[in-house]
Ligand binder design. Structure first.
Ligand code: ATP
Length: 447
């Protein structure tokens, strides 16, 4: 199976609309609280969306933690001591400039405006003020300022605050990293573009602690490694690029930063940020907590605050990218075939088991094939509707292979494998099915 690099989309400007509808109809993404009218910039993930997200998470974890000797995991809490966010600079500085349209009173992020109000076309706005993006709540029953806490806007701070505990318990020496995945919350002023900018989302971040002086080298290493990871998920190379932040763009903590960008239908946008955070965070937390967070190098007998290289990605944004990148339409016998050309490693379902019809005679062999394959691949057994409609559904949700059980199967103990991309069909003995499919997966994954 070779995945065609070129994608054909009849109306590219309508791609997002098409995907929104596909995602809901097929069970990838639903608006949150939909029966109550929804809630802005918050979404739920249906059965296929969960599967896709799970695959993204576990491929990242495998690459970043399990396959490495120098990175360990952490799961820190979403609500942390408020001092954490004072030390990190978020209380004072995690803000975006907010303006209000003088005509319709809608509020916008000033740096996202192009001169006129996107809602009513008016050109007059209020003075901008800095709006803090952190969600606030209270810890315990008393709602006063001493009890105020924040929902974390990034997972990173958990890893800085637990740096010493991880170091002492894991016996890692520098250079080493701490990886974490979990929910983050940002009260974005102008969310939008479907799931691109959410108010509740999920991040996968890794803080790699290095000796000062080796930081430039490690930044180079991680920016290439992260770009390669997206390529390994099948994202088309011509749609990906690395972009260096200009001096005006750099966050207050960063010495240098790159974005992995994808060419979305609405332009090149950040998919992942890779930053040299220097020793900013450990230094701040040492000062604010009064605890020494420095590192003692046993070999050189030096004590220093490590520098940190951080690749930070969004799971939802990665999922969105994979769906956009995979979407394809083609003419087949006068009809439009919609295909999500997911790489086999991320496809929510890898093999569909499809009895030709609901006829009871096919049931035992079909179930036997299902049981045979389930331990090896992500399977769906589907016997409703005509076989043509079931193929179309599985093309549309990106299932790389379908295995069809027909009446000949009862005699010859063989089934048909249909490939999603080429639509080619081959007959394979049931006894040979697992190795045959494994081989096809290897070939399709380029491994
Ligand atoms: P922006 O400047 O676009 O607001 P950022 O540069 O502050 O974003 P980071 O703090 O670098 O974003 O976050 C790392 C990653 O987390 C981003 O590359 C993105 O994939 C994801 N992310 C950040 N904010 C959101 C959001 N509101 N919704 C979905 N994903 C997000």
């Amino acid at each position: 199976m070779t995945i065609p690099a070129q994608r054909n989309v009849a109306e590219p400007e309508k791609l997002i609309e098409t995907l929104v509808s596909l995602a809901k109809r097929r069970g990838f993404i639903f608006p949150s609280s939909e029966i109550y009218g929804g809630i802005n910039a918050i979404y739920d993930f249906g059965p296929l969306g969960v599967a896709l997200k799970h695959n993204i998470r576990s491929l990242w974890w495998r690459q970043m933690v399990e396959l490495r000797h120098d990175i360990v995991g952490l799961e820190s809490s979403i609500i942390m001591a408020s001092r954490v966010w004072e030390a990190s600079g978020h209380v004072a500085g995690f803000t975006d400039p907010l303006v209000e349209c003088k005509n319709c009173h809608q509020r916008f992020r000033e740096d996202h405006l192009e001169g006129v109000c996107p809602n009513c076309g008016n050109k007059e706005f209020s003075e901008s003020r800095q709006f803090n993006l952190m969600f606030k709540t209270f810890l315990g029953p008393v709602e006063d300022s001493a009890a105020q806490v924040f929902l974390r806007p990034e997972t990173a701070q958990g890893m800085f605050v637990q740096f010493q505990n991880v170091l002492n318990s894991s016996r890692k020496r520098i250079p080493f990293g701490i990886a974490q995945q979990g929910r983050s919350f940002r009260n974005e002023i102008s969310p939008g573009n479907y799931i691109f900018r959410l108010r509740e989302f999920e991040q996968q971040e890794m803080e790699f602690f290095v000796k000062p002086g080796t930081d430039d080298e490690w930044l180079d290493y991680w920016k290439q490694a992260r770009l390669d990871w997206y390529l390994s998920l099948g994202v088309r190379p011509e749609k990906l690029r690395l972009r260096a932040h200009g001096p005006d763009e750099l966050a207050h903590y960063a010495k240098a930063a790159f974005d992995v960008e994808y060419e979305f239908p609405f332009g090149w946008q950040e998919l992942e940020g890779i930053a040299n955070r220097t020793d900013f965070d450990l230094r701040q937390h040492s000062q604010y907590s009064g605890k020494d967070l420095s590192y003692f190098d046993e070999e050189t007998k030096e004590r220093y605050l490590p520098y940190v290289i951080e690749p930070a990605m969004g799971v939802d944004r990665c999922l969105f990218t994979l769906m956009i990148d995979a979407y394809d339409e083609e003419e087949v016998r006068g009809e439009t075939r919609v295909v999500l050309r997911f790489h086999p490693s991320v496809a929510p379902i890898q093999v569909a088991v499809l009895p030709l019809s609901k006829n009871e005679k096919l049931l035992p062999t079909s179930r036997e094939v299902e049981e045979l394959l389930r331990p090896h691949f992500r399977i769906e057994y589907d016997e409703t509707q005509s076989i043509g409609r079931r193929y179309r559904r599985h093309d549309e949700i990106g299932t790389p292979f379908a295995v069809t059980v027909d009446f000949d199967s009862l005699e010859d103990k063989a089934v048909t494998i249909r490939e999603r991309d080429s639509m080619e069909q081959v007959r394979v003995a049931i006894a040979e099915l697992v190795p045959a499919l494994s081989e096809k997966f290897r070939a399709a994954s380029g491994t």
